[in-house]
Design a protein around this ligand. Sequence first.
Ligand SMILES: [Zn+2]
Length: 142
Amino acid sequence: MSCPLCQTQASNEIWRNNHFYVIDAKDPLFPCFLRVVSCRHIAEMSQLTTDERNELWEILNTIEVQLIEKLHPRKINLAQFGNMVPHLHWHIIARWEDDSHFPECPWGPKQRSMPNALFNKRKTQTEETFKHLATLLTEKFA
Ligand SMILES: [Zn+2]
């Protein structure tokens, strides 16, 4: 029982229902980095029920659309690995051309430093967006 995603994530939690929860990764380099996590401890997409899988796609899509509309990033990155923590979760990262790693992936080599003021501005906008997102997810997925 040492799975970190089976533990309560209260301080980082943005939203949850009976199937999935969403957390702010609070990444030090990427101001808008969140995770969508299965409530059940399973490793693979194929272990979800069909209804759960469809709901997950709709949750990912809802988040992606909101981040594009509110934050105007250059790109949204979606990633699912589970090699380190084999509990099904998706990473969603908003990317800007001037972020620390662009155009590399967030796990690739660092390209530059993002000025603190710019990071903090985007973090503030991201936190506002997450509040709105929580309301929207509750409306759509209860
Ligand atoms: Zn787990």
